[in-house]
Design a protein around this ligand. Structure first.
Ligand SMILES: [Zn+2]
Length: 231
């Protein structure tokens, strides 16, 4: 049936999320050149910059991001397409690729469960999906670690963080998550998933809610991309 997908590609050309050139039938979401040039973070190692970002804020076992989220970078289109263009599958594909690279570094060692950062019910309704669920799926299918997207909820839909100052972002993110079934997470090493790490305020807030409700849990963090350096 390859001729059918080739024909569909001719009638409705699929384009690379980064550079916009038409994709060939073997390419998914990104063309081969953009795939090769991806602005990857350094391979995972303990005590990296991202782990340090959470020092003194929240106890994190391991933390890693797959690629850099640079200002003006065309690679930001991956996140944009995933969140706002109804194409969350790209998040799953990228996360699976990241997981294949991280698995050999021991990043997933001892992790029991994957928790995608929840969206508020209202936001999920308007978007139709939670993009973090797709990132979680890409990691789960590669590592075999199960997903729990029920035990933690976001009960306050905080406003967008994009145009807020650093201190406002932290204030805005406080107490917006709640653990509904702490027993499901008791004693587990949880991998918390988000799409982009900027200040870290939102994911730290979620982590704090989890560790308050489930004091014997451990936390690690994975995000698809990471902006800037300081928290
Ligand atoms: Zn491209």
């Amino acid at each position: 049936m390859k001729w059918i997908s080739d024909l569909i590609d001719i009638i409705f050309p699929r384009c690379c999320a980064v550079c916009g050139t038409p994709l060939s039938s073997g390419e998914k979401e990104l063309c081969i050149n953009c795939m090769i040039d991806m602005p990857l973070t350094e391979p995972y190692r303990a005590d990296n910059e991202m782990e340090k970002q959470f020092f003194g804020i929240i106890q994190v076992e391991r933390a890693a991001a797959y690629m850099h989220y640079g200002k003006e970078s065309p690679y930001n289109n991956i996140i944009h397409r995933m969140k706002y263009k109804d194409r969350p599958e790209i998040g799953k594909q990228m996360a699976a690729k990241a997981a294949k690279e991280l698995i050999g570094k021991g990043f997933f060692h001892g992790i029991d469960i994957i928790v995608p950062l929840p969206l508020s019910a209202k936001k999920k309704r308007s978007r139709g999906y939670n993009q973090c669920d797709y990132i979680a799926q890409g990691i789960s299918e590669t590592t075999g670690i199960p997903i729990d997207n029920k035990s933690v909820i976001r009960h306050i839909a905080n406003e967008t963080q994009t145009h807020k100052r650093r201190d406002e972002r932290w204030k805005n993110a406080e107490n917006i998550f709640r653990v509904t079934t702490p027993e499901a997470l008791a004693g587990k090493h949880i991998l918390l998933i988000d799409d982009v790490l900027t200040t870290g305020a939102t994911i730290a807030s979620c982590g704090k809610s989890i560790l308050t409700a489930v004091p014997d849990a451990k936390l690690s963090i994975f995000t698809l991309s990471r902006a800037g350096k300081s928290i």
